[in-house]
Design a protein around this ligand. Sequence first.
Ligand SMILES: [Zn+2]
Length: 196
Amino acid sequence: MYQWRIDLRLRGEDPTLQEVQSWKFHARQSLLRKWRGRLAQPRAGSCTVEAIRPVFENWMDRAHGSLTFRLVQVLSGHGCFGKYLCHIARREPTTECHHCGCCEDTAQHTLQVCPAWANERRELVAAVGHDLSLPAMIKSMLESDRSWREVVSFCEHVMSQKEAAEREREATTLLPIRRRRAGRRRRHYHALLQPP
Ligand SMILES: [Zn+2]
């Protein structure tokens, strides 16, 4: 759109409002087509991509629902989860869940299984339904503002507690891998967790 306007200005032309709207519409359609093509062959984040792809247009055109840092952690699986901290951030020696002792803590374990979050989950299920798989949850979030807000609320409550527990482990551990990091290593680790 920017380049198009520059070219018109150089030619001394002034587009009508209708022309601008038409260009915007077609530019967006073209962008979405390219994006959809890229999402058909994801190189990372395939669980998230496969959950959003069937409702891609609804996701892009939704009138409600903003993405918070903690909601994105749960949707992407990149965050304060044992599996992510062990395999990607390399901050934990194992993938275990520190809240129930099971061997693999993931976003889905946190959402659907972990008994530590049973109370928070009850409220989530009341709004979203019993199917808390990522595709079903995202579909429900798009259908109703209440569902979206309940998922955000679950993520805020649960992830803030998981983050606090991680900080506690950092502060009290004897394991070097878990120790609070300074300088370049710490900035690198936080760059993995924080949104840009
Ligand atoms: Zn657990």
